[in-house]
Design a protein around this ligand. Structure first.
Ligand code: PBG
Ligand code: ZN
Length: 325
């Protein structure tokens, strides 16, 4: 036999020599749910992930940063009393996200990349990602100024990256325009170019108290049967001024991460979403799988498909448990 593939698998050092992909701390973005109330509550379907006060978030980020986790993605979890039909809370400079961003940038400066989610669902009384009219229709153009103002508030607070996840058409252009007009030309946009609708975000909505009170998100999030539609949307987002592109959920969309990698030059971020994380945790608790190993294999597959970076709830664990260094 002339060709024996096993020759390159004989030892760990040999396997490391020929490894094509790796996972480094710099590839990981840790999500945080920030609440205005004091203290922290663990999210039942996401072990190790908390709804946390600004103070507790700061403490956690400090620990993570020491281990090498240099990027965070913030989601605000306002109190029910702050929610309104138009989600105006998101434009309040004293809202929980601007306050958290300011505190984080004050404490860690350029050592930490602070990304923020741009969407209305956490702050609307009906739980939809945009403004809703009297017939229950989620209105596109009426939502844009609020989303743009939300992004501006985050930029003013010092956010490095704003990440619109609302899926309204034209929001990247609206945000870019608003930021530029106010001289925030250096604030980046990471747009959710491909975001499929479906069951994958269940545990997140429990955490963010952001489930729609009626209907579903099918008129704005993408149909999981479609791939070309996502490639087209990604192109539009780049034309509108997106700096980086998000694909979400990650494992069901490895094909799209790959195709986007081939079709676009922008950095690609994959979101290993709440239920991808929770399913591994649940199966691990049942003793059915080796959760640590499986989680690592999820993340490496996402990297191999072509993602430059990954938003993952397992970021902290990956470092603490030494799966990567
Ligand atoms: C807000 C938003 C969601 C997620 C990220 N931003 C929820 C949704 O669209 O319903 C999901 C992330 C996850 O499941 O971890 N629009
Ligand atoms: Zn939303």
């Amino acid at each position: 036999m002339l060709n024996r593939s096993r020759r390159l698998r004989t030892s760990l050092a040999m396997r490391n020599l020929v490894a094509e992909t790796d996972l480094r701390p710099r590839h990981l973005i840790q999500p945080h749910f920030v609440q205005p109330m004091a203290g922290s509550t663990e999210i039942s379907s996401m072990p190790g992930i908390f709804n946390a006060s600004v103070e507790d978030t700061l403490r956690q980020v400090e620990k993570d940063l020491k281990k090498g986790l240099t990027s965070v993605l913030l989601f605000g979890v306002p109190e029910d009393a702050s929610k309104t039909p138009d989600g105006r809370y998101v434009c309040d400079a004293s809202g929980v996200v601007p306050v958290a961003v300011k505190a984080l940038k004050q404490a860690f400066g350029a050592d930490l990349i602070v990304m923020t989610d741009i969407c209305l669902c956490g702050a609307t009384s009906h739980g939809h990602c945009g403004v809703v009219d009297e017939n229950g229709v989620v209105c596109n153009d009426e939502s844009l100024p609020i989303l743009a103002e939300m992004a501006l508030r985050h930029a003013e607070a010092g956010a490095d990256v704003v990440a619109p996840s609302d899926m309204m058409d034209g929001r990247v252009a609206a945000i870019r325009h608003m930021l530029d007009q106010n001289s925030y030309t250096q604030t980046s946009i990471l747009s959710y170019a491909i975001k499929h609708t479906g069951a994958y975000y269940g545990p997140f909505r429990e955490a963010a108290h952001s489930s729609p009170k009626f209907g579903d998100r099918k008129t704005y999030q993408m149909d999981p049967r479609n791939a070309r539609e996502g490639l087209r949307d990604a192109l539009l987002d780049i034309e509108e001024g997106a700096d980086m592109l998000m694909v979400k959920p990650a494992l069901p969309n490895l094909d799209l991460i790959w195709r986007l990698r081939e079709a676009q030059l922008a950095p690609i971020c994959a979101y290993h979403v709440s239920s991808e994380f929770s399913s591994v945790k649940a199966a691990d608790r049942l003793g059915w799988v080796n959760g640590d190993q499986l989680m690592f294999e999820h993340l490496i597959a996402i990297r191999r498909a072509g993602a430059d970076m990954i938003v993952t709830y397992a970021g902290r664990e990956a470092l603490e448990k030494g799966w990567i260094s």
